[in-house]
Design a protein around this ligand. Structure first.
Ligand code: GLN
Length: 344
């Protein structure tokens, strides 16, 4: 497992880029989901120092109408900030048709699945990217780490999961199965999710590891994976109808095969990667607002259209916002310009 980046010394304000306000704002990601009904998921806490909540995983699928409880969330590694949420505030009040400019201070709850075991090749940077972009847009991101046997938060506006070793996946998959009903319900109300590599495999139907274990997945994605002795490793470029050119890095023994009719995230550009299995050219998988992919690197800093798609779905679901504030910063294009030239 890789360690999370050390807490940054700069403040979010110091790095804050310009955020354009309407009418220049670009439309949100192309496949903007319809705003979904609110989901009052069971309350929980990510880490002892992050919230005041506790909830057993089994409780996560129940507890509709769970009591509203105050959360105090430390944004681990992000501007070393502790954000205290006003428990009396109703974040959904007068959200109907609201404009993002009116939403400074509104929280967005981000669930990070198993960062202890499922976080390699920079995947924690996906969380950091979502957090930063939301801060730049004027929202208040709250990160909830969900670990094996640990609590889950009451609300989940975005769900993120990273890659890991087969052994890490073996540690978490049973716990994930216990959370299947909760996660499936979130999928059904349009919650945006990004699952990378190891967690992508476990959101599929099953993963037969090279070591002979069969890890049952939660079946959100109709995908089967089997481990092979030749690892698929290298820089990747994917062409996606929805997100354009996606840039990332892959390293997996698992070869994934999509069920009939399952939409891939995109197609690997010839000579620029293996993707799901090195055979059919597909990369990743889509269902509802769920994105599964083999792209590490991490993927979101280099692919802001994908990041803003996830954010856009979250803002639509929680606040009825139909546009994502445009973040105007130079770093992404600089990063992409370098990354795209890297040899396979
Ligand atoms: N252990 C899985 C595999 O090798 C996932 C690897 C990863 O997450 N990078 O296929």
């Amino acid at each position: 497992m890789e360690k999370k980046p050390a807490a940054e010394t700069e403040s979010a304000a110091e790095t804050k880029p310009a955020v354009k306000t309407s009418p220049e704002r670009k439309p949100a990601a192309e496949a903007k989901p319809a705003p979904a009904a609110k989901s009052d998921r069971p309350a929980g806490k990510p880490e002892p120092d992050e919230t005041t909540e506790t909830a057993a995983p089994e409780a996560a699928a129940e507890a509709e109408g769970a009591e509203e409880r105050m959360e105090v969330v430390a944004l681990t590694g992000v501007a070393a900030a502790t954000v205290v949420i006003d428990e009396d505030a109703d974040p959904d009040a007068d959200a109907e048709g609201a404009d993002a400019g009116d939403d400074v201070g509104r929280p967005i709850d981000i669930v990070q699945l198993y960062p202890r075991d499922m976080n390699i090749y920079g995947d924690w940077g996906n969380t950091l990217t979502i957090v930063r972009r939301l801060q730049w847009m004027g929202f208040v991101p709250r990160v909830h780490d969900v670990e094996v046997g640990g609590p889950a938060p009451r609300r989940a506006d975005i769900v993120l999961g990273g890659g890991g070793q087969d052994s890490g996946q073996a540690k978490v998959y049973r716990d994930l199965l216990e959370r299947r009903a909760w996660l499936q319900a979130l999928v059904e109300i349009g919650t945006p999710m990004l699952l990378v590599c190891g967690m992508y495999q476990l959101f599929g139907r099953s993963f037969d590891t090279i070591g002979g274990q069969q890890l049952t997945g939660i079946g959100v994605l109709d995908v089967h994976t089997r481990g092979e002795s030749d690892r698929l490793v290298g820089n990747v470029i994917v062409d996606s109808d929805q997100f354009g050119e996606l840039i990332g890095f892959e390293n997996h023994s698992g070869q994934s095969f999509l069920g009939e009719g399952v939409q891939p995230l995109g197609m690997v550009r010839r000579g620029h990667g293996a993707g799901n299995n090195g055979q059919d050219g597909t990369e990743g998988a889509r269902v509802a607002n769920v994105v599964g992919t083999y792209l590490h690197g991490p993927v979101l800093p280099k692919n802001p259209r994908l990041a803003d798609y996830l954010i856009g779905a979250a803002l639509a679901n929680r606040y009825g916002l139909m546009r994502v504030p445009e973040v105007d910063e130079p770093y992404t294009e600089q990063t992409r310009a370098v990354a795209v030239t890297r040899p396979r």
